[in-house]
Design a binder for this molecule. Structure first.
Ligand SMILES: CC(C)(COP(=O)(O)OP(=O)(O)OC[C@H]1O[C@@H](n2cnc3c(N)ncnc32)[C@H](O)[C@@H]1OP(=O)(O)O)[C@@H](O)C(=O)NCCC(=O)NCCS
Length: 230
């Protein structure tokens, strides 16, 4: 696609420098090692392949979360979203979950989406925790604004972290009710919810960075819905 760079410079959302998220490894309940790491804009096309199967899965609101995440990742790829970042989870190189967010400004972080492909292992919960860790500890923000699009998300974020409801703001995800994670709430929840070891052993990180492997559509659908589509 030919791009008029002069016009493009006008259209691109402005961005600030964002401190990197250092990778970590989490040993899951089944003994598998989940590598949690930040990815770059160049990785978006392969991530979109991993999200695409969710677009038609109604179960547990994967469709609405999938379609919004897809749009946000594409928006980041095309420089149409301000200050976005994306963190993924991989097991043996395989993509098993994605989270993204953005800096609204220096102080306020916006939590965008969390999508778990492998289920029953709290991979989504671990990735959400990594996202909060990024905003508070690495981007050094004062608070994160969060909303929930599904009952599981509500349980995992609002209830597990005891988030504060904000009556004065609408979340940018469609104006839904916004909740706030303050630094105090984050550090209170951290010993219980934010886990992982650093540095990631070299051989493990090498496997993760060599390629983001995406399962085929049937496999992803089966992982999300369970064998019987339960
Ligand atoms: C919300 C989400 C990220 C949480 O991920 P997670 O922490 O890894 O949790 P899971 O989805 O694996 O499991 C949630 C519950 O459903 C159960 N479950 C549902 N379907 C399952 C399946 N196919 N396999 C295994 N467990 C399943 C789990 O046992 C678990 O029960 P628990 O809450 O008692 O532990 C994930 O459910 C998801 O991606 N949902 C769709 C998108 C979404 O709602 N995102 C958040 C928007 S606010």
């Amino acid at each position: 696609m030919a791009i008029d760079m002069e016009l493009e410079a006008v259209l691109r959302a402005p961005e600030v420098y964002q401190a990197p998220y250092p990778p970590k490894v989490i040993t899951l309940a089944n003994g598998k090692r989940l590598v949690v790491r930040e990815v770059s804009r160049r990785d978006v096309p392969v991530l979109l392949e991993g999200v695409r199967p969710a677009l038609t899965i109604e179960r547990d609101y994967y469709d609405i979360v999938g379609v919004r995440l897809y749009a946000e990742l594409l928006g980041w790829y095309r420089y149409r979203v301000r200050n976005e970042y994306c963190i993924i989870g991989q097991i043996d190189g395989m993509l098993v979950g994605i989270v993204n967010g953005r800096m609204m400004n220096e102080d306020i972080g916006i939590s965008l989406h969390t999508l778990a492909i492998d289920r029953g292992l709290r991979i989504g919960a671990h990735l959400f925790a990594a996202k909060m860790e990024h905003h508070i500890e690495y981007l050094g923000q004062k608070e994160v604004w969060i909303t929930a699009e599904s009952p599981i998300g509500f349980r995992r974020w609002m209830i597990e972290y005891g988030l504060e409801k904000q009556t004065d703001y609408q979340h940018e995800l469609g104006g839904a009710t916004s909740y706030r994670l303050t630094r105090e709430l984050y550090f209170a929840a951290k010993p219980r919810l934010v886990v992982g070891d650093r540095p990631v052993p070299k051989e493990l990180l090498d496997v993760a960075t060599r390629a983001i492997i995406v399962a085929d559509e049937d496999t992803i659908t089966q992982k999300i819905c369970g064998l019987k589509g339960r």
